[in-house]
Design a protein around this ligand. Structure first.
Ligand SMILES: [Mn+2]
Length: 429
C-alpha cells in the first residue's frame, strides 16, 4: 500500500485528579501543586500535540483516576481534547481498570474527532494525517468493569485496507507482578498478531517490549507516588514512508519523584553524615538540568560504623526534618525540592555471614534469616508467622499478598540487621 509519513503520540494512565493522599507534613503549596499536577501534565500533552504537529493521539486507558470520575476531571479532559481536535488531530481512547465504562460519569459530549472504543468488542477506526490522507487503522476495546480477567488481546483481528495497524489496549503483558493482572496476555501473542504497533497502558513504567512489531508501554504522564520515580511522559512516534518507526520520549510531568542513594561508608560520626547529606541535596538542588519541582526520597545505604545509630527510634525522622529546614521553602523557589522521606537500608560492621558461623542465639537467628531470604517459600512462611496477628485485617492481608519476594528479602535483611544491633547493644550494656 502507498503510504505517507505520519506522527502520532502514545500516552496512557493519565489518572486525572489523583488525590495524592497520605503525604505526611507536606506544606500546602506542595500539596496544591501535586493535586494540579495530573492536569498540568495533560495541558503539556496538548502543547506537545500543537507544537509537534501531531496527526493523531492514542490514549491507552486509565484517563481518570477513579471509576466514579470527578466532574472537574471530565470537564478538563473535554476541554483539552477539544483543543487538540480543533487543530485537526484525532484522538483515540480506550478505558482501563481505573476508568471502566461502568463508572459514574457526567453526561458530557466528547468533542468531534475523539473516538472512544466501547467494551462489547474490538472496533476499528480509520486514522488520517492532518492533510486528510488515510494513514492507519486503529483498533481498541475498553474495560466494561474494573477487573477484566479475559485475554482481550486475542480478540484483535487485523482488517486490510490501511498501510499501518495500531492496537490500543490496557493490559498486563506477561504477568507483571507489580500491577494487577488484568486483561492478561503474552508478549508472544501480541508480537505475532499482525499489528505494527501495540500502544499499551496499565504498567506505569515506560517500556519497549518488542520492536517490529512494536509493543510499548508509554508509562504514566505524572508520577503519583515515590514508587513512580523519574521522568514521566509520552512517546512521539514517527512512521516513515517505508514503515520504519522512530520513537522519542517527551517528559510531561509537572512534579518529578526521585530516589537518591547516599552511602554511609567511611562516615565516622553525625557531622560527617550531615556533610554528606547536605552535599547530596545541594548537588540535586543546583543541577541546571532540573527544571521542575521534585519530591525526593533519600535512601541511606552501605556498611558503616554509624549504622547502629541510624536504627535508633525517630532518628531518620529527625534527619528528615532537618533536611527540610536546609532547603528553600516552596514559596521561595519555583523548582522546589522536597525531601519526602529517608529510608535506612544500611548495614553494620558485623557481617551477617560471619555471625551465621557463631554458636548461640545470634548465630541461630541469622542462619534462619539467611535461609529464608534465599527461598521464597521459606520467606513467605517466616513472614506469615511473624505477621500472623496483622493478617486479621483484610487490607493488610491484601497488601502483604501483593508484596514481592524482593520486598520480603529486604524486610528480612533489615530485621536481621536490627536484631543484631539490638543484641550487641545488650551485650555491651
Ligand atoms: Mn493506571
Amino acid at each position: 500500500m502507498v503510504s505517507v509519513p505520519f506522527t502520532f503520540v502514545h500516552a496512557a494512565d493519565l489518572h486525572l485528579d489523583s488525590p495524592f493522599k497520605g503525604l505526611s507534613k507536606v506544606p500546602e503549596p506542595i500539596r496544591e501543586r501535586l493535586r494540579e499536577s495530573t492536569f498540568e501534565a495533560l495541558r503539556r500533552l496538548s502543547d506537545l500535540v500543537k507544537k509537534e504537529k501531531i496527526d493523531f493521539v492514542v490514549l491507552a486507558g486509565d484517563l481518570f483516576d477513579a471509576a466514579d470520575r470527578s466532574l472537574r476531571a471530565q470537564l478538563r479532559l473535554q476541554r483539552t481534547l477539544g483543543e487538540m481536535t480543533s487543530q485537526g488531530t484525532q484522538v483515540f481512547v480506550v478505558h482501563g481498570n481505573h476508568d471502566p465504562e461502568s463508572g459514574r460519569q457526567a453526561k458530557l459530549d466528547w468533542p468531534p474527532g475523539v473516538f472512544v472504543f466501547g467494551s462489547a468488542g474490538v472496533d476499528c477506526f480509520p486514522a488520517y494525517s492532518r492533510e486528510g490522507e488515510l494513514v492507519a487503522h486503529i483498533y481498541g476495546i475498553s474495560y466494561p468493569t474494573s477487573a477484566v480477567k479475559d485475554n482481550l488481546a486475542l480478540r484483535f483481528k487485523k482488517r486490510e485496507g490501511a498501510p499501518f495497524h495500531l492496537a490500543l489496549l490496557h493490559a498486563n503483558v506477561d504477568g507483571d507482578p507489580s500491577h494487577d493482572n488484568y486483561a492478561p496476555c503474552k508478549l508472544e501473542e501480541l508480537a505475532t498478531a499482525g499489528f505494527d504497533y501495540w500502544a499499551l497502558g496499565h504498567v506505569h513504567d515506560r517500556r519497549v517490549l518488542h520492536e517490529y512489531p512494536h509493543v510499548v508501554y508509554s508509562g504514566n504522564i505524572q508520577g503519583r507516588s515515590i514508587r513512580e520515580t523519574g521522568p514521566k511522559g509520552a512517546y512521539v512516534v514517527s512512521v516513515s514512508e517505508s514503515g520504519s518507526i522512530d520513537m522519542r520520549f517527551r517528559e510531561l510531568s509537572d512534579v518529578r519523584w526521585q530516589e537518591i542513594s547516599v552511602s554511609i561508608e567511611g562516615l565516622e560520626d553525625e557531622q560527617q553524615l550531615k556533610n554528606r547529606l547536605l552535599s547530596a541535596l545541594e548537588e540535586l538542588n543546583e543541577d541546571d538540568e532540573r527544571d521542575r519541582p521534585m519530591l525526593v526520597r533519600i535512601r541511606l545505604e552501605g556498611r558503616g560504623v554509624i549504622h547502629d545509630r541510624l536504627l535508633q527510634p525517630n532518628i531518620a525522622e529527625e534527619w528528615l526534618e532537618e533536611l527540610r529546614e536546609w532547603l528553600a521553602s516552596p514559596e521561595e523557589q519555583e523548582a522546589w525540592l522536597w525531601p519526602e522521606s529517608i529510608v535506612v537500608r544500611t548495614s553494620g560492621m558485623i557481617r551477617l555471614d560471619a555471625v551465621a558461623e557463631e554458636e548461640g542465639f545470634a548465630g541461630e537467628l541469622i542462619r534462619k534469616g539467611i535461609a529464608a531470604s534465599g527461598s521464597s517459600d521459606l520467606s513467605k512462611a517466616l513472614l506469615n508467622d511473624a505477621l500472623e496477628s496483622l493478617q486479621k485485617q483484610p487490607k493488610i492481608r491484601e497488601w502483604l499478598a501483593s508484596c514481592s519476594h524482593e520486598d520480603s528479602v529486604e524486610w528480612i535483611n533489615q530485621a536481621m540487621e536490627l536484631a543484631l544491633s539490638l543484641l550487641r547493644v545488650d551485650d555491651a550494656g
